[in-house]
Design a protein around this ligand. Sequence first.
Ligand code: ATP
Ligand code: MG
Length: 167
Amino acid sequence: EFVNMNKLMNHIIDRFEVVLQSEEYRYKNYRILRDITKRDLWVEIDQDKMTQVFDNIINNAIKYSPDGGRIIVRLMDTHSDLIVSISDEGLGIARKDIPHLFDRFYRVDKARSREMGGSGLGLAIAKEVTQLHGGKIWVTSSEDKGSTFYVSLPYVVFEEDGEWDEI
Ligand code: ATP
Ligand code: MG
């Protein structure tokens, strides 16, 4: 189905903001900032599956950042792809862990991760789903400063006559 990523990302963040305003989270003072292009960017995706990808990355950003952390969600476009980036001010990820991060059941620092709950499958699923959509997922991180996760997807350009080309 054709989905406008601009709308979808705003919708996903709106839902997180409701949770972050709830009694359970409000005192923790997490903030999500948006830097989302106003352009309509159409992608042909399974909306539920890609929503799961962004949900996991944003959940991780909250889970692995201290209270008061800012999370920045960006939506940018190049001439062929759109790029979503999700940045946190959290623990960061050691260079040696980065190559394994998208493996099934891989969790950095087992003891700490166990406390947080989760299975270590989130990013493995995110990678599989993103690749099935012809996209890419990657991360840059600096320990103690935070991490940025990127997801790129090819977007669709509609022609005047309603035909479309993938570029
Ligand atoms: P699940 O998503 O299945 O509930 P999980 O969050 O532990 O469990 P993944 O989402 O696959 O699993 O993440 C794998 C590991 O990568 C995490 O356990 C954590 O150690 C590390 N990680 C993921 N995101 C971040 C982040 N934003 N900052 C620091 N570490 C992270
Ligand atoms: Mg996760």
